[in-house]
Design a protein around this ligand. Structure first.
Ligand code: HAM
Length: 425
């Protein structure tokens, strides 16, 4: 009988140290930029009661849930997104939390979808959200953070774009043309570019729209400028929604992000809870899936049974982002690097451990052999681990606290005490 070796589950990844180093680079950059915009980090459980998602998030995500009954017969789902968890956290402390506040999180998420390029069943997603304000400057803050982040990763303006649309604007337009129930229409509009004109027209006809309404909608969603939109809409509500977008663009332009955003009314978003601005971030040629997506959800807490507290935010996945950075050769070298390697000619392991500890005290990374080995082997290991400096513990002045050491970057030899060696780093 042959025993098959265990297999990696479909749509998941292993992170060997090389991959984990790159992953940590992404996490570090996410965290640094989010903190530089004064967002505070939070977390929640990786699974929730199934009912937190059903009906509130939108068809697609619900069909992609990983769910099961636990031993207490409770319906549980692994979290497919963070927003419902965030809403739950907000509802629980609605009174105590001083609003508005800005929070971020970097959850591991699970979606049972067809694994393909840019789409996995387990992935990480930076979430940044602002809770407790309806101001459009919250959107501006989030978009400035996205642009700053992508620049920090090394992407140039023009290599990515934040496409902005507004469900408020779409809703008023749907009303103007007399289209029925927007909540039935949004999922179709969201798929417009994916399914092609015929299937789009058919799906809208099924939702109760006339041919003329479909044509109008298609034209509207193809508008490329605020002027075009202004010419197409009449109502006061539409004018207010447009004014909001205008304010947003002008504010971002003033802060130096003008080239990072554009109007894109083809963006609708699949999630059901969005009520205002919606946006997606793409690479230049839109050759990949969205790097990030988000929007305003002013009634989610209410839908979940709490009081109405407005919110806006986005999720940026690690998968498409890493693909894009790899394409632009912007990912760091996956090689290990340590500050010091402590070597010994006489394999004096006590001295090696004692010295390593001294170097670690200053916050340095320190490696050393774990068994007796020839100096050649020790240097091989130091090289492999990317050691910057090799310290020899058994030189003639070791008793006085002075060590011979080699700067591996230049090949030069020196003698010095711990602080002189650390200085050399
Ligand atoms: P979403 O559009 O479902 O939004 O996901 C946002 C981003 O997460 C996508 O643009 C993509 O980069 C990444 N992503 C989504 N699904 C997968 C997958 N299966 N594999 C890899 N990456 C994926 C949300 O999740 C909203 N909750 C975001 C949000 C936060 N809205 C407001 N606040």
């Amino acid at each position: 009988m042959s025993i098959s070796i265990p297999q990696l589950p479909k749509g998941t990844r292993d992170f060997y140290p090389e991959a984990e180093r790159i992953q940590n680079y992404i996490f570090d950059t996410w965290r640094k930029v989010a903190e530089s915009f004064a967002y505070e980090e939070y977390e929640g459980p990786m699974f929730e009661h199934l009912e937190l998602y059903t009906g509130k998030s939108g068809e697609e995500i619900v069909s992609q849930l990983y769910n099961f009954k636990d031993k207490g017969d409770r319906e549980i789902a692994l979290r497919p997104e963070m927003t419902p968890t965030l809403a739950r956290l907000v509802i629980q402390k609605a009174r105590e939390l001083k609003k508005p506040f800005k929070w971020f999180s970097m959850p591991r998420l699970f979606r049972y979808e067809k694994a393909q390029k840019g789409r996995l069943r387990e992935f990480f997603q930076l979430n940044m959200d602002i809770i407790g304000t309806e101001s459009i400057y919250a959107e501006a803050d989030l978009m400035a953070a996205i642009a700053t982040m992508l620049r920090k990763f090394g992407l140039k303006d023009g290599e990515f774009a934040i496409g902005v649309s507004s469900r408020k604007l779409l809703a008023t337009y749907l009303e103007e043309i007399g289209a029925p129930n927007p909540s039935l229409v949004y999922p179709v509009l969201d798929r417009r570019l994916k399914i092609g004109p015929e299937a789009f027209a058919k799906a809208l006809a099924d939702a109760g729209l006339t041919e003329e309404q479909v044509k109008k909608l298609d034209d509207f969603m193809s508008c490329k400028s605020l002027e075009e939109v202004r010419a197409a809409v009449k109502s006061e509500n539409a004018a207010a929604a447009l004014k909001e977008i205008e304010d947003l663009f002008e504010t971002l332009a003033a802060a130096g992000y003008g080239d990072c955003v554009n109007l894109d009314l083809s963006i609708v978003r699949g999630l059901a809870y969005y009520t205002g601005i919606v946006f997606e971030v793409f690479d230049k040629g839109k050759s990949m899936r969205a790097i990030a997506g988000g929007g305003r959800y002013d009634s989610l807490t209410e839908k979940l049974g709490g009081e109405r507290i407005p919110g806006v935010g986005f999720g940026m996945g690690d998968v498409v982002l890493a693909d894009l950075l790899a394409e632009h050769k912007l990912l760091p070298s996956p090689k290990q690097s340590v500050d010091f390697y402590i070597a010994s000619f006489t394999n004096d392991m006590k001295k090696v451990f004692e010295t390593a500890q001294k170097f670690r005290e200053g916050g340095n990374t320190v490696s050393h052999p774990l068994a007796a080995m020839k100096m050649g082997k020790q240097l091989d290991q130091a090289n492999y681990q990317g050691a910057k400096i090799v310290v020899y513990v058994d030189g003639s002045k070791a008793g006085e606290g002075e060590f011979e050491f080699k700067d591996m970057r230049t090949g030069e030899m020196f003698v010095g005490n711990v602080s002189a060696i650390v200085e050399r780093l």
